[in-house]
Design a protein around this ligand. Sequence first.
Ligand code: HEC
Length: 196
Amino acid sequence: MMKNNSKIFGLAAGAFCLASVLSSCWHSNQDPGYEYAPNMYDAIAYNPDQKNPTFKDGKSAQKPVEGTLPVGWERYHYANTMEGYEAASAELKNPIAKSDSVLAEGKNLYLNMCGHCHGDQGHGDGSIVKLGKFPPPPSYATGTSSRGGGMKDLTDGKIYHTIVYGLNLMGSHASQLSPEERWKIVMYVHELQQAQ
Ligand code: HEC
């Protein structure tokens, strides 16, 4: 009796092993097999890097339409000229009160949006500069602005203006950063102006 039972058990185990080996070979290399929740892999919406026939340039990632403003954003009234830059410098003040937590947010935003060019410490030695692919921006602490004056003396308005419009090789960051995020970064850049 005992012997018979173990024989049946042995056969069943053998059949199970054979079945699992065979089923694991079942799919060809091209077929990934059963997908759980396939909508998660193949979303209906276009991915930002996907080709898109709807737009003239064939890209899915489009810039916001010129002159439009996302909800909650305010219009920036200073022109992209030297006069606009000086007026922003004279009139704009950071509306956000300084605190450790705001500075920490500003640092985080800076490291993500600016650090790869300006460097983590603002010395103009970010990762793409180190690669030798990009000329170093002037150091916030010791450099000279191409618009005149020391980088360490750049005011709230001048830094904010630069984030909005960019300057020469630096592109505009207006569509990537909300006004609040820009001001948090401005606050952190002032810290870097003092860091030697
Ligand atoms: C692609 C690289 C790059 C990125 C990203 C970048 N910058 Fe710049 N930035 C530069 C370069 C290059 C200059 C020098 C431009 C010149 O004077 O011709 C510059 C100049 C500046 C200046 C000096 C403006 C002046 O009046 O002289 C400020 C302030 C500044 N950047 C802030 C920022 C902030 C804040 C960020 C992130 C939101 C940022 N930059 C992102 C490359 C970059």
